[in-house]
Ligand binder design. Structure first.
Ligand code: SF4
Length: 605
């Protein structure tokens, strides 16, 4: 855990300056980032001074993505410099104020047509930078913003407005015959932010165009920010931006100046990766907030009907439906739930009784095979998949049962990954062939196939032609076959999980425990860096062993979970109809089993 300074003195409130990211960020997070008395961690907030809450260290996965994005931007800057030659100037590195001055000077030079790494003058509560500004030209003295991002900004199709990288200007755009735009809200809102900043500085172009260069780095994709519809129905991107920015500025200003908070915590999807979760979680738990079990819009809707706590949700009788909206609840917050009310109530009861899983079905189903393989892959960001772990079980096909890992300890990215992937694929293919020759059914399993499929496809693509690398069609056929099973949807279908559906949350109900008490995705990235000496230190063999044990346990956890789900032991998990309100709550039948009574697993199938 990172350390924080003592509470000490709280600084005088300063001017609020927000970057574009606030427009897609949780409102409570904007509040916390500007509340001088809130807990603080490196990277979590720019506010000096701190409370007493210790926030977790930054996720190493996030740090790596930041580093990868910086590398991507550097490559594009070099490309612009090479393509645009004398028309291009780059703002030198330095303090923000120095970069602002350098940007101003370059924009005032009539010989300069494009400015890289531009830092715009802060104004009207905004600060921001653009990877590139291009001069509008003609009668227009203004500039268009271009940003560089490390995700895809088009899909196959037609209709994107693109210009070549060596002509990054709307005057060169055409309707692309091979790409359709993939609208990414945060990109469009960042362009709107930059457009407003340029306008405030008297540097805006008449037309509100903005460009994005994405992961493929093969063109600029242009958006007319004033054209509707934008990110919200009926609004142009600029309208959406203006509305959101004004809201976030009000939230931040209230927090900075000690005014009444304009945003309260409520659990949403973003909480999973938010550095402020320890702060918000303690507040939500103290309040027994209903979003602990029903997040997002559904929590808002329940509040709009007067159900603000987990306790009040648990006490509802789902057969009676939701109470009427409260008088001050507006139409949206008083609307119907997207979640099934019966399940929402069961989740609340399970939460209160500390029941880790609730059965949604009478008997879970997972396809089984005579020969079975559990698979788990370890990767480092976008750099490569360094370990494919497998566990063979079922009928003997002449190969050793148990775990084995196909691994490369050359730091990724490395061509040696082709060798380890080819060895994994050859082994898997051999098992399938042996099962088929014996007339035995075969199944292989993973937990949440997204990552495995991404690297199955990615390995074939990157290492095409290397020894043992299969054809893409062969891998696609395997992914599409009923021999490759993702256990995650089966868990989602079978259970309500008040504390999440991650393997580490769910597998303990099957009696599985990880040998390493610190096992987890983030830690595995730290261990990998030490295992291969990524930070300049000698490689640590002990970290390699630790990663292999971690991977083996993940594979064994998948095996334990699915065999448990297809055994009678799973029937000890309470069914959602078995959970009742706590005794003493309104509507709690005293002769029926309560949620508390279900805390201990019992057969109820
Ligand atoms: S933990 Fe959730 S509610 Fe709290 S600031 Fe982060 S995203 Fe917002």
């Amino acid at each position: 855990m990172s350390s924080i300074p003592d509470g000490g003195s709280v600084p005088a409130p300063g001017a609020v300056l927000l970057d574009a990211a606030v427009t897609t960020r949780c409102r409570r997070r904007v509040h916390l980032e500007h509340d001088p008395a809130a807990g603080r961690a490196v990277g979590a907030t720019g506010v000096e001074g701190a409370g007493q809450i210790v926030l977790p260290e930054p996720d190493p996965g996030v740090e790596m993505r930041v580093a990868d994005a910086a590398e991507h931007r550097a490559q594009l800057a070099a490309r612009f410099a090479a393509d645009l030659v004398d028309a291009y100037r780059r703002v030198p590195d330095g303090r923000r104020s120095e970069r602002v001055e350098a940007t101003r000077a370059l924009l005032a030079d009539p010989a300069v047509r494009a400015v890289g790494a531009a830092e715009l003058p802060p104004d009207e509560g905004r600060r921001g930078h653009a990877e590139l500004l291009v001069r509008a030209g003609g009668d227009d003295a203004g500039w268009y913003p271009v940003i560089v991002v490390r995700h895809r900004v088009t899909d196959p199709g037609t209709g994107a407005l693109t210009s070549p990288l060596d002509r990054p200007h709307p005057s060169s755009l055409t309707v692309d015959p091979d790409r359709k735009p993939r609208a990414v809200s945060r990109d469009v809102l960042r362009l709107a932010h930059l457009h407003r900043m340029l306008a405030a500085a008297g540097l805006g172009a008449r037309r509100a165009w903005g460009g994005v260069v994405g992961l493929d780095a093969d063109c600029v994709v242009w958006t007319d920010l004033a054209a509707g519809p934008g990110q919200e129905a009926g609004r142009s991107p600029l309208d959406t931006y203006d509305r959101r920015f004004a809201d976030r500025l009000a939230v931040a200003t209230a927090a900075r100046t000690g005014g009444p908070a304009l945003a309260e915590p409520s659990r949403i999807t973003e909480c999973r990766r938010c550095p402020w979760w320890p702060v918000c979680e303690s507040e939500l738990r103290r309040a027994d907030d209903v979003s602990l079990v029903v997040r997002g819009e559904d929590a808002l809707r329940l509040r709009g009907r007067g159900i603000t706590t987990v306790r009040s949700l648990a006490a509802l009788d789902p057969r009676q439906g939701l109470p009427a909206p409260t008088e001050d609840g507006d139409e949206q917050v008083g609307g119907e739930l997207t979640a099934d009310l019966r399940e929402a109530v069961a989740l609340a009861r399970a939460w209160r009784a500390d029941v880790p899983l609730v059965r949604r079905v009478r008997r879970p189903e997972v396809p089984r095979g005579a020969v079975e393989v559990d698979v788990d892959m370890e990767s480092l960001g976008e750099d490569g998949a360094y370990l494919w772990g497998v566990l063979l079980s079922g009928v003997d096909v002449g190969l050793d049962h148990g775990y084995r890992g196909f691994v490369t300890w050359d730091p990724v990215p490395t061509r040696d990954e082709a060798r380890s992937f080819a060895a994994f694929w050859a082994w898997l293919t051999d098992v399938r062939r042996r099962a088929a020759e014996r007339g035995l059914s075969f199944r292989s399993y993973c937990y949440n196939e997204q990552a495995e499929n991404r690297w199955l496809r990615g390995s074939v693509e990157r290492f095409a032609g290397e020894p043992g690398i299969p054809a893409a069609a062969e891998v696609e056929a395997f992914i599409a076959s009923d021999e490759w099973i993702d256990l995650f949807p089966a868990v989602s279908t079978s259970f309500l999980c008040p504390h999440g559906k991650g393997l580490k949350r769910v597998a303990p109900s099957a009696g599985f425990g990880w040998r390493d008490p610190e096992a987890g995705g983030e830690n595995s990235m730290r261990w990998y860096r030490r295992a291969v000496g990524l930070d300049g230190e000698p490689p640590e063999p002990a970290m390699r062993d630790r990663l292999l044990i971690y991977n083996e346990d993940d594979v064994r956890a998948t095996h334990a979970l699915r065999t448990w789900m297809t055994s009678d032991a799973v029937l000890a998990v309470p069914h959602l109809d078995d959970l009742r309100p706590d005794p003493g709550e309104p509507g709690a039948p005293q002769d029926r089993v309560s949620a508390a009574a279900c805390a201990a697993p019992r057969p109820c199938g």
